[in-house]
Ligand binder design. Structure first.
Ligand code: 0O2
Length: 205
């Protein structure tokens, strides 16, 4: 038996909306490259939250498994992660995101200036997107949401490894591992600052 998608008829619009946002960001980065001669980011990944993942999140937040919960109450069904070489580039991209047509920042969390207690660093934005498609409230043009995460290469490496290791259960020396992961995150953060200083020295020389 095939289960109906939690996204309902709106699911068909999600890849199109993601593609449009990705294209806008890529265009903005190309304009920057043409103007300043350097790339704003190293790479960009996109994902749509899977059926299982969004259903699990609805259950965790005590929300019903409906299109409205998946696309209005939860705002990260559409996700883009931008990985930059330098911390300053993250803030330069955010300034350009603010200027994109049909895109409004509705929430932001700066886990770079204020890292999570475990050492996680990243800048998270929730974007409201004006689209030509009907939304879950019956409006056309419709409003959809996307989460944008921005990180340096160092922050991204740490998050990927920490994410992998989170799922290793029955570890006896848990406290030591948590402390070591935090130490690694802080060392990588110090390296990010040093690398940026080196770039400034090169630019000014
Ligand atoms: P996926 O598939 O990566 O999207 P919530 O979004 O409500 O669950 P919160 O606290 O409001 O939780 O969101 P927050 O802090 O903005 O973080 C959400 C996403 O950030 C997570 O998405 C992760 O991608 C990433 N993240 C946050 N904290 C950590 C962390 O400690 N370690 C790692 N590796 N990643 C983190 P999802 O929903 O887990 O999944």
């Amino acid at each position: 038996m095939t289960e109906t998608s939690i996204y309902g008829k709106y699911g068909a619009y999600l890849p199109l909306i993601l593609q449009q946002l990705k294209a806008q960001i890529e265009q903005s980065a190309q304009d920057y490259l043409a103007k300043y001669g350097c790339a704003l980011y190293e790479h960009l990944n996109t994902r749509l939250k899977t059926e299982d993942s969004i259903r699990e999140k609805c259950a965790r937040k005590s929300l019903p498994p409906t299109p409205r919960a998946a696309l209005y109450d939860i705002k990260d069904a559409i996700g883009i992660r931008i990985v930059c070489s330098f911390i300053d580039d993250i803030y330069a991209i955010i300034a350009r995101i603010r200027a994109l047509d049909g895109v409004t920042i509705v929430n932001e969390k700066d886990y770079i200036k204020k890292a999570k207690p475990n050492g996680y660093r990243s800048y998270h934005l929730i974007l409201a997107l004006e689209t030509p498609y009907e939304d879950v409230n019956g409006s056309t043009p419709g409003r959809y949401f996307a989460e944008l995460q921005l990180r340096t290469i160092a922050m991204d490496s740490w998050a990927a490894l920490e994410h992998q290791m989170k799922y290793k259960k029955n570890i006896s020396n848990q406290a030591l591992i948590v402390a070591e992961l935090k130490r690694c995150a802080d060392e990588l953060a110090a390296c990010d600052v040093s690398m940026q200083t080196i770039r400034e020295l090169i630019r000014n020389s």
